[in-house]
Write a protein that binds this ligand. Structure first.
Ligand code: FES
Ligand code: FES
Length: 160
């Protein structure tokens, strides 16, 4: 067992973990931040995506111990200070970028990482960036629209 301390959504947190504890499990089980989802055991779905020191990371691929001292942001940290939906979350709602919602936390975190490094992505760039996130419901079109809208761009897709 080991002690781990990190900043999650702006708050310092600590816990006692096993060496094999994944960051995804630490967030969900120890911190009860269940917005981070686990949708596979093959590191493919992206539902567990969070930001660690500003980088998009699949939290099922990282040990919690590796995040010791890190700044972590989860979907719970994406709302505005008053609790209202953040810009990307609101765009997903406005453009019907979700159905069951299981993939949505990872999609929003992925979109945030994309827009940070590329504030005005093309449709193709959005689709390429989302290759690590699987959605079983939407067919992706409305997710792409939502991300383009969150970037302040026209939301007409090439295929429409
Ligand atoms: S749960 Fe992490 S990629 Fe699927
Ligand atoms: S909205 Fe259901 S998996 Fe994406």
């Amino acid at each position: 067992m080991a002690e781990v301390t990190m900043t999650v959504n702006g708050k310092s947190v600590s816990g006692t973990i096993e060496g094999r504890t994944l960051l995804a499990d630490f967030l969900r089980t120890d911190l009860r931040l269940t917005g981070t989802h686990i949708g596979c055991d093959t590191s493919q779905c992206g539902a567990c995506l969070v930001h660690v020191n500003g980088m998009a990371v699949k939290s099922c691929t990282m040990f919690a111990a590796e995040a010791d001292g890190a700044e972590v942001v989860t979907i719970e940290g994406m709302a505005n200070a008053d609790g209202s939906l953040g810009v990307i979350q609101q765009a997903f709602q406005d453009h019907h970028g979700l159905q069951c919602g299981f993939c949505t936390p990872g999609m929003v975190m992925s979109a945030a990482a994309l827009l940070k490094e590329n504030p005005k992505p093309t449709e193709a760039e959005v689709r390429e960036y989302l290759e690590g996130n699987i959605c079983r419901c939407t067919g992706y079109h409305n997710i792409v629209k939502a991300i383009l809208a969150a970037s302040g761009q026209d939301v007409v897709l090439a295929a429409e």
